[in-house]
Design a protein around this ligand. Sequence first.
Ligand SMILES: [Fe+2]
Ligand SMILES: [Fe+2]
Length: 468
Amino acid sequence: MAIDTDIVRPRPADDLGGRVAAFTNDFLFTGAPHLLHPPNPYRRMLVPDAVAEVDFTRPLSAAEASGHRALVAHRLLGTFYEADTVLLPEQGLGALRGDFDRFYGDGLRRLREASLSDLEHFAFALLDDEVDVTGAWRVEDLAAYFEHAAAEAEAGEAESLTAIAAARRPEVAADTYLVQLALDGLTEASAMSKNLGGAFGPEQSALFKVFIDEFGYGVHDAKHTTIFRKMLHSRGLQTHVHAYWNFYLAGPLATNNYYYFVSRDHANFFRYIGAVTYAERVFAPSFVNMIKTYRGVFGDDVDLHYCEEHAHIDAHHGRITRDEILLALAERHGAGVIPELVRGIAEARLLGDWFERDTAAQIRWSDDLDAYRMDGPPAPAHDARRVRVTAASPFGTRSHDQAVVVTVEDGTAALVTAPTATPAPLARGEAVLVPAGRLYGIRPTGGDCTYTVRAAGSDTTAVTPSAS
Ligand SMILES: [Fe+2]
Ligand SMILES: [Fe+2]
């Protein structure tokens, strides 16, 4: 009997762009004029015009980790994953009931379901090339590899913290880093919660032990998301999901999404365990370093309870995840699962590096913007894209896969590159170089404004950013 293979044939990935376009053009995702998102977790600017530029038929490469295609893909993925968690506004649903219904409703859900696996492939297939785990691994090899990876992370410098300490405006730089942490901090352990169901023995109970700590043992004031918000509040930052959506960078988005990716599909369970074990282990020393840097910048004017809590509890979580989950699973399930545990460790490390590198690069560029201003009239370019914005235009941020020059042609504008920096004024005729992968937004100041975006050419070599 012939079997109808159409039933099992996956949808072609090449219409992913069409499905994604349908999703991003929903009014929940087309933005509003303000810089920060109001307390409405269902609306987030996905910048449909920028999404439309992306070729979704070619998966990302590692070289594009902080590029525009990565930013677009990870904003979408992050939205998809969070639509599979419960988000309710603190002030009550009230007038947002319609947005709630739409965000979780059948129309967008079907688009998400039809796109998610293809989008994950688009965003994470590169890991197969970047992380190569071959050969026979014993439990002791896994233990040795884990210790080696953790020791290297502990010995290495945190690029973002170094960039904060070296910044001209360290407060702004420190806020930029906090905002990247908010992506996870405001919904902490949501990905972990996806791994708690089922029946997998003592390791399940050990994971649950870690999970209930993340949730403050059921005491809301002790929940890690609550103490994270206290840290934001002490800096005068907004504390709702996701006020700073426009400022999340591709690297931090990818890191956060990775944990959802390996938690959604339990074929990746062993990768998740490798990754979470690595994360719990390196968190404690990294928060010790963060405390040092933030005390140096703010003195006592910042609430670092969140960092102190993690410097303490993640020393325990590091031990529990290594001894009672990672190594215990390896013992119980044997050599067949160890390469996947190793892969998770290696992937978490790689993603962690992207988080750091991308955040540090944004901090350095934003802190040194004047060095990227272009002198003289811009070279004529036939490929310049002209953009007109008004006070009523929705505000969104984006990046580009190559360096571009942004020139104000008419009117005046402000260049937004960091959540708490005063936007940099751009008068008519002024231009600035935006390096590949750097996140920016343009706001008109004083009426309508037209600016052009063109690929950076030979005339931009005169721009020599000062070392920072
Ligand atoms: Fe935590
Ligand atoms: Fe933890």
